[in-house]
Design a binder for this molecule. Sequence first.
Ligand code: COA
Ligand code: AMP
Length: 634
Amino acid sequence: MANLYDEAYQKSLKDPEAFWGEAAEDCFWYKKWDRVLDDSNTPFYRWFAGGETNTAYNALDYHVENGRGDQLALIFDSPVTDTIRKYTYTELRDEVARFAGVLKSQGVQKGDRVLIYMPMIPEAAIAMLGCARIGAIHSVVFGGFAAKELATRIEDAKPRLIVSASCGIEVKRVIKYKPLLDQAIELAESKPEKCVIYQRPMEIASMVDGRDLDWADVMAGAEPADCVPVAATDPLYILYTSGTTGQPKGVVRDNGGHMVALKWSMKAIYDVDVGDVYWAASDVGWVVGHSYIVYAPLLKGCTTIMFEGKPVGTPDAGVFWRVISEHGVRSMFTAPTAFRAIKREDPEGALIKNYDLSKFKILFLAGERSDPDTIQWSENHLKVPVIDHWWQTETGWAICANCMGLHHFPVRYGSPTKAVPGWDVQVVDAECNPVKAGEIGALVVKLPLPPGTLPTLWQNDERFIESYLAEFKGYYKTADAGYIDADGYVYVMSRTDDIINVAGHRLSTGAMEEVLSDHPDVAECAVLGVEDKLKGQVPVGFMVLKAGVTRENDEIVKEVVKMVRERIGPVAAFKTATVVNRLPKTRSGKILRGTIQKIADNKEYKVPATIDDPSILNEMADALAAIGLAKGRK
Ligand code: COA
Ligand code: AMP
């Protein structure tokens, strides 16, 4: 007999309009949609065209008006400042309404962009929801990016206003955000009219007269603003993500489709209900933070946790278990790297025994491939199902998962299980022909994508088409390679572009190469992601110097490491580079990145038939061994 998953999956593909139309009934609409799926302008599909709604209303006011005003909406747990602050739905709604009033009083209107550069504090969520309330489009930038990256995003989004804080807190240091923001504004041609700065007690930022406003001051005198109806197809936010160049892609998210898909996903995928406590240990600067710290849990009427800390060192590897037990978390979501960090510090899971985890039911992992070791360690010590699921910034929610609210399939290690309802996932070869079960190819999704996915890139329809839709006609290219087995389990193996995944953070090696190339002594370079036990992958740079350069290699390496940190940010974790005499290339001049990577990872490799001079591979092996990466030549 078919299970709930099979039924939902079949229906979602056979009749997507009926499937998502039904899911949309669970949300509040000022005006119902004219069409569930508008396909009149392909490949630009639009969900719930003609409908009017408000995401912040659905996430907050709706619950208050339905008798859940006293339920906790958000718990801020910050071991780095020794703070726990709790907001009921009424309290959060009121704060958001006041911040929306601040935005309005500063001239922010529907459709204006507001850039948010904040650490993991509730004010970041309040600012996001405040924008949603008045139809302004937010763009959150992760705190670990450098001023130049921030400037690129300011330049592209052209925000009327920026919301920031005086500082963020990392394990060992206070990160001053304000000087980075000031520098970014200086670098960007497009300047915001105003900045609202949340001053934290550990660091008081200096303010620019006439431009900067203190969060506390403006909130104190603010008139609450009401929710504004917006079109379902209006943008809710822009989230920049690494592309294959230094120019990030501005992923756009709409209001209607996003709200429907995310609310539906909470029960279907995560098996949580209204009133449950849900925790995504990520950062609001990433898509996981947007979808599963802020929007989805609030849309569903759950209690969400905002955690300002790390899995280890704040203060120890038991902090996740402390948060789960103290707040009664039912379902948790984080990146495998966080569990690898815990496993490294507490291999026997001794700290777990200090906490009551009886309410904890499921652990979800995503952001990078879940290695079987990490899944098994977590299963053994936590005694709950550990669910890998696969998604991307572009998709906004899971493409493949074990949909725990529909049917719990047996876990196959290395697979995020099956395509989620709404997703027609296929594997094709370079000519877009389907491959046989078990054969590796490009993972693609047949159009239309389900609601909640990117309708386009910010003011760049061309790049949207070129990046995702042009290569495989009628399909969305995920840029991941993998295979589907005979039972429909999907295996995601690697990216097909230059994106790497460092501690669950998505980075472009192309962007790092652009920085290295800017060093005056570097003639050419390659940056690759090599395997790392903790972070999954880390970037490593290879540089060929210009003829006649006589400076010490070590000095140049130090300089490029500093340059990447200054231009992209500490999050790039670019700490290793080496000087080589030449780079292995094909006869047509293409650098053999895949082969270098295999040597670095100590994997078997074939000497490519097209290589210009095979002896260079031994030189590469030696260079890698010298920086502790490969065992040396074959
Ligand atoms: N603001 C400023 N700097 C930041 C930052 C932020 N929001 N987040 C990270 N950084 C800095 C770190 O301090 C570190 O700097 P350093 O080079 O001076 O040490 C650097 O960026 C790299 O950070 P990170 O990748 O987080 O490495 P880490 O060694 O500090 O911690 C883990 C490693 C595994 C504990 C950590 O990456 C982690 O908790 N990951 C969880 C996964 C996650 O949140 N994924 C998001 C998608 S689900
Ligand atoms: P991001 O946009 O930061 O979410 O990164 C998306 C990329 O991370 C995907 O294209 C994959 O390469 C990788 N990724 C995310 N989740 C998984 C997973 N569960 N298994 C394998 N790769 C994953």
